[in-house]
Design a protein around this ligand. Structure first.
Ligand SMILES: Nc1ncnc2c1ncn2[C@@H]1O[C@H](COP(=O)(O)OP(=O)(O)OP(=O)(O)O)[C@@H](O)[C@H]1O
Ligand SMILES: [Mg+2]
Length: 294
């Protein structure tokens, strides 16, 4: 356990993760307490995601541990939640692993006066000179099968087009050579509907200049193929309120290196032999939106 907290409530050497797009963030104060967001140690290619409370945190840890189950340290892990996923097809787990950031285990840290657990993840934005990063929330429903009536109502009115298209822009960060960062948040994302979401996508994919947009989109379409293929075959998982994180190089004289990873598994469920049609629908629509921009 790291003990020497700085004035900002973080252990020495740690800082808030600067490339975070969506999710829990220290700028948000709820019931008088600030939220805990992702952390990083500057100069490393890892980021640390706080394990959320209750089953949400347990589920995410269980999924990442399942994907690392050839790791001895993790093989003995067992809990009620991990047994939820114990019947998942090994080939689905293997495929999922290839679509996610790498997982390096759990770290306990003392943050804001409290001991907390963090998932140590590969920072997928680390190997870029000027990263362009976009978070897309996937699926037709952003509430899970155990959600209360209140939660269902709250989620359903948040962004009605989600049910029609199966995806939503949560925001982006685009780094520029003049050291500025263009940031778009969830309100920007909500300003688009099923007819206009392409404009938001076009904006994100133009970071290398308008002439390069089609090249970047072709790379994205290529990467989306493996994600679609996974959802066409896998019958192990259902994901709710989960995201696709896109990242590519915005500096024009460097390779684009576009990558798409699946993140946020706090509402993952065993799908018991069913495909995740809501997520697949979102991927198919995304492909259509991007193809229309070519
Ligand atoms: N492995 C990663 N590499 C780089 N950035 C990441 C990674 N994982 C998450 N992020 C960033 O952090 C943001 C929030 O992540 P995530 O959606 O997993 O957390 P959350 O919404 O706070 O958690 P939860 O939904 O579990 O309550 C993402 O939008 C993304 O910008
Ligand atoms: Mg999230």
């Amino acid at each position: 356990m790291s003990s020497c907290s700085g004035d900002d409530g973080l252990p020495a050497n740690y800082q808030w993760f600067s490339n975070q797009i969506a999710g829990h963030h220290p700028s948000v104060i709820k019931n008088g307490k600030r939220e805990i967001g992702l952390l990083q140690i500057s100069g490393t290619s890892e980021c640390l995601k706080p394990k959320q409370d209750a089953s949400r945190g347990e589920k995410e840890v269980a999924i990442y541990k399942l994907m690392s189950s050839n790791n001895d340290e993790l093989r003995n892990y067992s809990s009620e939640i991990s047994s939820e996923f114990s019947t998942c097809e090994p080939s689905d787990v293997q495929q999922l692993r290839n679509l996610c950031p790498r997982f390096f285990g759990i770290r306990k840290l003392f943050v804001d006066g409290q001991d907390r657990e963090f998932l140590i993840l590969e920072d997928v934005t680390a190997n870029y000179n000027l990263p362009a990063i976009l978070d897309l929330k996937m699926g037709r429903k952003t509430y899970d099968p155990l959600a209360s009536r209140e939660k269902i109502d709250k989620e359903s009115i948040k962004y009605p087009p989600q049910a029609k298209i199966g995806c939503r822009l949560l925001g982006y960060r685009i780094h520029s050579s003049d050291k500025t960062v263009k940031v778009r948040d969830k309100d920007w994302g909500k300003s688009f509907d099923e007819n206009t979401i392409q404009n938001g996508l076009a904006e994100f994919f133009s970071a290398r200049g308008p002439d390069s947009r089609s090249t970047v989109i072709r790379e994205a379409l290529n990467s989306l193929k493996s994600i679609r293929q996974f959802f066409e075959t896998q019958k192990s998982f259902q994901f709710f309120a989960s995201s696709l994180l896109f990242v590519y190089e915005a500096r024009e004289n460097l390779p684009t290196n576009l990558r798409i990873v699946m993140i946020d598994f706090s509402h993952a469920f065993n799908s018991n032999g069913e495909r995740d049609e809501g997520y697949l629908f979102g991927v198919e629509n995304l492909q259509k939106f991007l193809e229309n921009l070519l």
